[in-house]
Design a protein around this ligand. Structure first.
Ligand SMILES: NCc1[nH]cc(CCC(=O)O)c1CC(=O)O
Length: 319
């Protein structure tokens, strides 16, 4: 007798289908059950032009969560950076697998790197976090380029460069890798230049809180260090009272002495989109062994950043 298939709710976009497909395979392996993809059309897919008004990428998450709550699907996969920082009681993030490359990358014409871009170059990004840090970099390195707000999926955004409308676009490495376009990358941005979004490169596998059997099975795909890192990053975001559209970057990583992991470092940045002001700070602590300890790391950093004026820099809204 074959076991009943698990239903994975997914958006239809290429990126969502790619990451859902990869997770489906992994879940099938740990559970020994077939996994079937159930496509869910979100309001955000139907109405892209309204995305700004209705509040960014959260709409994509909401439709998947409704399908979970209605019992139409057994689990869903989200890009962690698109997940709101508040967790609904009836749902749990049962697994956060090992994170992909968290960096942002440049896709530019003529294989150019960021520092090769000529004066007046036009760089596409709809993210205030990327704008703030790119413009701050330009100011401190005597460069002069213009950030141009764009939106759309990965292929659309790269299309601006291949069609010659823009000199470069900035995207997440993880997204490009997942849709098989990593060859298009012309420059990997150091996280010292552009700190990624909290949770960037990580996935969250979510199911209903009452599904103890599935929670236990999915837990096998969880990577505790990735979970600790993204929990600290998202705790910073929450403590700054910022949302997924805020100009906030955060990255937690491990500091090792040889092979021995010593500490977790959490770096954070917030700035104005013109790059004239950035608040950058980092903190280190013992590698968090509990959810509470990871949350505390993020809150500590937020306290320091707020003391340096971070709150005044978060008024801007965009995607
Ligand atoms: N904001 C959209 C989004 N949400 C998740 C990813 C892919 C990277 C990831 O999973 O963190 C992207 C594309 C991008 O920012 O270039």
């Amino acid at each position: 007798m074959t076991e009943k298939a698990l239903r994975l709710g997914t958006r239809r976009s290429k990126l969502a289908m790619a990451q859902s497909g990869q997770v489906a395979e992994a879940v099938s392996q740990v559970t020994g059950r077939p996994v079937e993809l159930v496509e869910i059309t979100t309001y955000g897919d139907v109405s892209r032009e309204h995305l700004a008004q209705i509040g960014g990428t959260g709409v994509f998450v909401a439709a998947l969560r409704e399908a979970l709550a209605r019992g139409e699907v057994d689990f869903a996969v989200h890009s962690l950076k698109d997940l709101p920082t508040t967790q609904p009681d009836e749902l749990v993030v049962a697994a956060i697998p090992v994170r992909e490359d968290p960096r942002d990358v440049v896709v530019a014409r003529d294989a150019l790197k960021l520092t090769d871009l000529p004066r007046g170059a036009r760089i596409g990004t709809g993210s205030p976090r990327r704008m703030a840090q790119l413009n701050a970099y330009a100011r401190s390195h005597g460069m002069d380029f213009e950030t141009v707000p764009i939106r759309g999926n990965v292929d659309t955004r790269i299309g601006y460069v291949t069609k010659g409308d823009l000199d470069a676009v900035v995207l997440a490495a993880a997204g490009l890798n997942r849709v098989g376009r990593s060859e298009d990358v012309t420059d990997f941005l150091s996280v010292d230049t552009v700190l990624p979004a909290p949770g960037q490169g990580a996935l969250a596998i979510e199911c209903t809180a009452d599904n103890a059997a599935l929670i236990a099975e999915l837990a096998e795909l969880d990577d505790p260090l990735t979970r600790a890192a993204v929990t600290a990053e998202r705790s910073l975001l929450a403590a700054l009272e910022a949302g997924c559209s805020a100009p906030v970057g955060a990255l937690a990583d491990l500091l090792a002495d040889g092979q021995i992991v010593k500490e977790m470092r959490l770096r954070g940045v917030v700035g104005t989109t013109d790059g004239s002001t950035l608040v950058q700070l980092s903190t280190t602590g013992p590698v968090p062994e509990t959810h509470e300890a990871a949350m505390a790391l993020g809150r500590d950093l937020a306290t320091g950043m707020l003391a340096q004026g971070a709150a005044g820099l978060m008024g801007e809204r965009a995607q």
